[in-house]
Design a protein around this ligand. Structure first.
Ligand code: ADP
Ligand code: MG
Length: 324
């Protein structure tokens, strides 16, 4: 259903920025006892930054050229960091340098003028990869592949590389706590890891607390790795976590919960959330998210603020109380 502004509780809903697809959408909120929440872009800002890389500047440049074809928040983080990392290489800095201290600043003012011109040149090459990137393929829930300068380039979850017969070995203690891992292979050879992460939205904790105080149980559902999911779940007080879930697996988790007799609200923002949003008893999309997520949902939170989730549930409970 296409979300249209519909007055909820005498216009209070649209005032709050809660768009409802139709009156029947609210009917289902009565019985909701479980709220399933996507992580990236729903509970976290979805604005990722690079927190470290093991790649040489040359390999990072290849990764950035591949990622420049993707819309994923991971891709933005890699592409944004490229001028500084690749600039390091062309400015003669250590070619195997590992960046591991905090976020990489991409502020031109933080760099010398020589580096600045080198990095703006590489920024251009990242933004306009040219004809050397061919056969681009977006592998849903896993990563990306393409032919770049004649080489076969694959980047994404370590398991994606392993599924394609590439040996990916690294000590688990080399991973920054809670980071999302991007593994790179060129011509079937593992080249190293890069790490990206984002932060919980400022109101996410209060939103989860409020859902719990309304008597609802919460589940974190993500395609990201278990450790990254645990860090967010722990910070927000969510005890049930489903991580490493492929896009087609998200809807299965929702129907599994429904099979246990639970009435499920699903909150998400991505294309990969659309089937789960449609399958849930109540689908709630973030306004900042994809059109696919909004089209599959009963309710859209215009401000993408997690606190609108308990607000919408309270509002519809109250409205239905008046109607019935
Ligand atoms: P989510 O939005 O829940 O993280 P996705 O299905 O979008 O789930 O992605 C699942 C995983 O696939 C990501 O956590 C990441 O490991 C990998 N992935 C997806 N897109 C990319 C990309 N452009 N570059 C690298 N890895 C990616
Ligand atoms: Mg998401």
């Amino acid at each position: 259903a296409t979300p249209t502004a519909l007055a909820v509780s005498s216009g209070r809903g649209s005032q709050l920025g809660i768009l409802v697809s139709g009156p029947e959408a609210l009917e289902s909120t009565r019985s909701i006892d479980t709220v399933v929440l996507d992580k990236t872009g729903t509970l976290t800002t979805g604005v990722m930054s690079l927190t470290g890389t093991e790649l040489s500047p040359a390999d990072f440049d290849v990764l950035a050229r591949l990622e420049s074809r993707s819309e994923h928040p991971i891709a933005r983080a890699i592409v944004d960091a490229a001028p500084e990392i690749v600039g390091m290489g062309s400015a003669g800095a250590a070619s195997t340098g590992t960046v591991s201290t905090g976020s990489v600043s991409t502020e031109p003012s933080s760099m010398g003028s020589a580096e600045e011109s080198a990095s703006s040149a590489s920024a251009r090459s990242v933004e306009a990869p040219g004809p050397s990137v061919t056969d681009f393929e977006n592998i849903a829930g896993g990563g990306l592949r393409a032919t770049i300068d004649g080489a076969e380039v694959l980047a994404g979850r370590p398991d994606l590389l392993r599924e394609r017969g590439i040996t990916v070995d690294y000590p688990t203690d080399s991973i920054p706590r809670g980071a999302t891992i991007v593994a790179l292979a060129i011509d079937g050879q593992f080249r190293g890891l890069s790490f990206v992460s984002d932060e919980a939205k400022p109101t996410a904790k209060a939103a989860i607390d409020e859902l719990h105080s309304l008597g609802l149980s919460t589940v974190l559902l993500t395609g990201d790795n278990a450790q990254a999911a645990e860090v967010v779940a722990e910070a927000l007080g969510i005890t049930e976590v489903r991580a490493d879930v492929r896009p087609e697996g998200k809807v299965s988790v929702v129907s599994e919960l429904q099979g246990q007799g639970r009435a499920v609200a699903m909150v998400g923002d991505g294309v990969n959330d659309a089937a789960a949003l449609a399958g849930a008893d109540l689908g709630i999309a973030m306004g900042s998210g994809t059109d696919a997520a909004m089209a599959a949902s009963d309710v859209t939170m215009v401000n993408s603020d997690p606190q609108q989730i308990p607000q919408a549930i309270r509002l519809s409970r109250r409205t239905l109380g008046l109607i019935k």
